[in-house]
Design a protein around this ligand. Structure first.
Ligand SMILES: Nc1ncnc2c1ncn2[C@@H]1O[C@H](COP(=O)(O)OP(=O)(O)OP(=O)(O)O)[C@@H](O)[C@H]1O
Length: 229
């Protein structure tokens, strides 16, 4: 589903590459934790999957396409296949839960009827039934992150990328979000999550890829967090 082939990324003005000759393959339906110290290249890896950045060398394949070769008008179609969740939720503050989730479908041209058909089941999936008319500031942090997950997943992307999704949440709330990501993963959605949350990684026992200075220094099938940050 995702393949990095000798990928190096050096940002302009930087001497050291953020990613250094990365070779990596993530299969359909896998759940992968990306771990490593601050600055090791995790966010750069995720940005390359979304084509928010281009590799300096090498090739990136997503869902069978070499995405660094895609013409720019095809990039929105690529991004539709990749849902994203971030540490800071990134909800529209003046829109209700329903509107935030519906927005993801409006921008890809879905009709009102289609949106009305999938909204209730999506809110139920993330445990927010009955809260569709609230504004983000009327929700807890964990609930706001559930809205973000609903918005990322409502059009059933092939891949879900999560960059520190539990970074602003307390441990109990984080476990709830991880159960949700696990449930989404069980629908055969590939999940790639960058995290510094050692207890979550240790509880889930999924594939763990550790980066250090832009290189893979560990890749374990049922790994643990495994380093002191
Ligand atoms: N836009 C940019 N321009 C220049 N350098 C950048 C840019 N983004 C990241 N870098 C550099 O690339 C390296 C990798 O950064 P990246 O954000 O991918 O690390 P990270 O592992 O996600 O870190 P964190 O855990 O703090 O989020 C760092 O040295 C960083 O300073």
């Amino acid at each position: 589903m995702i393949r990095f082939d000798h990928v190096t990324k050096t940002y302009s003005g930087q001497k050291r590459p953020a990613l250094d000759g990365l070779d990596l393959e993530i299969a359909k339906g896998e759940f992968v934790f990306l771990v490593g110290a601050s600055g090791s290249g995790k966010s750069t890896f995720l940005r390359l999957i979304l084509r928010e950045e281009q590799p300096s060398e090498g090739r990136v394949f997503v869902a069978g396409k070499e995405i660094n070769k895609l013409s720019s008008w095809k990039v929105p179609k690529l991004r539709r296949q990749v849902g994203t969740v971030f540490q800071d939720f990134r909800l529209l503050p003046n829109r209700t839960v329903n509107e935030n989730v519906a927005f993801a479908l409006q921008v890809i041209g879905r009709s009102r009827a289609e949106i009305d058909a999938v909204l209730p089941e999506t809110l139920e999936l993330v445990g927010l039934e009955g809260k569709g008319h609230r504004l983000p500031n009327e929700l807890s942090g964990g609930e706001q992150q559930r809205v973000a997950v609903a918005r990322a997943f409502v059009n059933r992307p092939k891949i879900l990328i999560a960059d520190e999704p539990t970074g602003n949440l307390d441990p109990a709330t984080s476990v709830g979000i991880m159960k949700l990501l696990d449930r989404i993963n069980r629908t055969d959605t590939t999940v790639v999550m960058a995290t510094h949350d050692s207890s979550i990684v240790d509880q889930m026992r999924k594939r763990v890829i550790e980066l250090d200075d832009g290189r893979v220094i560990r890749d374990e099938a049922r790994g643990i967090y495994g380093y002191q940050s």
